[in-house]
Write a protein that binds this ligand. Sequence first.
Ligand code: NAD
Ligand code: GLY
Length: 390
Amino acid sequence: MNSVSSFAPGPLPEFLPASAASGSAPDRVRIDLGDRSYPILIGPALLGWADTFQGLPQASTALIVSNTSVAPLYAQTLQAALQSRYARVLLVTLPDGEVHKDWPTLQLIFDALLENACDRKTVLFALGGGVVGDMTGFAAASYMRGVPFVQVPTTLLAQVDSSVGGKTAINHPLGKNMVGAFYQPQLVVCDLDVLRTLPARELSAGLAEIIKYGPIADMAFLAWIEDQLPALLARDPAALGQAVRRSCEIKAWVVGQDEREAGLRAILNFGHTFGHAIEAGMGYGQWLHGEAVGCGMVMAAHLSERLGLIDAALVTRLTRLIQAAGLPVVGPRLAALDNAGRYLELMRLDKKSEAGAIKFVVIDSPGSAAVRSAPDAVVREVIDATCVAA
Ligand code: NAD
Ligand code: GLY
């Protein structure tokens, strides 16, 4: 018997594409979590604007955490904006890459904090993609048992997903994001201008997490993405602004109902069970997280169809969109002999697994998702049908 968890979430606010940010005021989305609530600001030129950071807790020191690729581009601008607010604005620059989302790199943040005698009021600023954001958040959660932090996401993926909702973590060689904490930021600042320097492959990776919100929550948004894909790929600021805003609205709606993933929040992991197996199985950094999620969504859609939940037309529609966004739609082989067995072995380590039983996020009807287990034989069929042939 397959176990199923369905959810009855409150109504999602309607998608109103016409009301995107206009004029000079940034768009705002609020994460409602009682005394842990915070705003997400979305708009151009936010990074260098001192007003962006109004309302943050008073402190003498700010520590910007960035990496070797992003710091040369944007750290100076952020530093200048923060100098009117903090007596000391420090910078620690981490090595770049998913492969560095680990203990030794996390330690560099603690080294910088302690070498500069940073007190427990020090505010950390994560300036970078999801890797920097996840590590800075984890450092903030644990330094002196918790200091405030701000997310300044510089990839599309981080703006639409990882900077919002308070999941922080580092990887373990045996599994992705296995060591971490729930810890909410004070503010998220999505400056759309920084997306101009993002490599095309990273832009596509971000589109994967945007596409994700359609089949699990909002088919009108899925249709809008299909329509606007050329504009999104061309980095049209209005299209990007709307995509970031709607993604954050949907994420805020989910996280506001289930901050610590007791149920509903798991739907945000659509495509991630297969995707995390690809990332770990290939070696972190070989496939970008968004690429693995994109391909993982194709696999999860096939599984939904084989379980009799959706028809083949939706699988085809999603696969076409993911491919058109510049993402892989065929899974890699993770083992020469028993490829499906290797996927299953890696997926049993997924955080949603219970007593070794893998839980998949499936589409149970267009625009709605559920969590359920599936017979290994069916999962094997899906993997065999969606991966590179031997
Ligand atoms: P990333 O952080 O590795 O950034 C991608 C690359 O782009 C890096 O080389 C980075 O240096 C570079 N870069 C960043 N901003 C740039 C800019 N503006 N211009 C030029 N280059 C820039 O990858 P990502 O896709 O942002 O994040 C992936 C990570 O996020 C994964 O570790 C994943 O597990 C995590 N994640 C976390 C959550 C969450 O809820 N916490 C959700 C989704 C993903
Ligand atoms: N990215 C999945 C989540 O935040 O829950």
